[in-house]
Design a protein around this ligand. Structure first.
Ligand SMILES: [Zn+2]
Length: 246
């Protein structure tokens, strides 16, 4: 399984950066997880948006969905040219499916509601979802193929269930919006880099990538705080591709 980080910032991108967007590939099947601002531009370095097989959304906050509103125009263009006869399957949590109505312009997307604790086969990818702890319904996800296991936290506060979901993963893509200096105020909705690292260590994952990075917080500090608890912790790097498993 190949993971390409198209965007790693939240809740807004750094200068020249992009919000959450991750391209997953295996056996020629290509799927996008989340589609925040800046992702559509980055995606086109790899493929045309209408060549995607599916889009999976962790939740419907705009730093994970904004570029879908613009992707509609690309899909509409492709349909007019006869390049895109089918609708693009769009998987998202059901509780907020009504929010999707604005996206369903010209039926370019085919919405599919997914529930927490649900399993789903999408092409070669077997997804298991778990409800995260966030302001909106948000799904953490474990993605397995014959060759590897990726776990993505989505946006979430700390909860022990993530340890089970991430257990033994080849790669754990975990949000780390906060740093220790932020935690005294008990901030809501997100993890700190140290919390991400603690989860990774407890879950025994093989590799940890910190993502959903705040553009105003220095990455060197997040990295140092994470590496105290999980020595191999890395910052997700936009544009970089990672082999997950074999
Ligand atoms: Zn976010």
């Amino acid at each position: 399984m190949k993971l390409t980080v198209l965007g790693c910032y939240g809740p807004y991108p750094a200068a020249g950066g992009a919000c959450s967007g991750y391209l997953l590939e295996e056996d020629g099947y290509r799927l996008l997880i989340d589609c925040g601002s800046g992702v559509l531009s980055r995606l086109q370095r790899h493929l045309k948006p209408w060549e995607l097989e599916a889009v999976v959304l962790s939740h419907l906050h705009f730093d994970h969905t904004a570029d879908l509103m613009v992707m509609r125009y690309a899909l509409d263009y492709a349909r007019m040219k006869g390049l895109f006869p089918e609708a693009l399957p769009l998987y998202s949590p059901p509780e907020t499916a009504s929010e999707l109505q604005r996206l369903l312009y010209k039926e370019l997307f085919e919405p599919v509601a997914i529930g927490a604790a649900e399993s789903l086969q999408i092409g070669p990818f077997h997804f298991t979802f778990m409800e995260a702890v966030h302001a909106l319904p948000c799904l953490a996800m474990r993605v397995e193929t014959e060759r590897g296991v990726l776990v993505y936290s989505g946006d979430t506060e700390y909860f022990d269930g993530l340890i089970d979901l991430a257990a033994g993963a080849d790669l754990f893509l975990c949000e780390a919006n906060f740093q220790e200096a932020d935690m005294a105020a008990s901030p809501a909705n997100h993890l700190s880099a140290a919390q991400a690292a603690r989860l990774a260590a407890r879950a025994g994952v093989k590799r940890l990538l910190l993502t959903h990075l705040h553009p105003e917080r220095r990455p060197a500090i997040s990295l140092e705080e994470a590496q105290e608890l999980y020595a191999g912790a890395e910052m997700a790097r936009e544009g970089e591709s990672y082999t997950v498993g074999e």
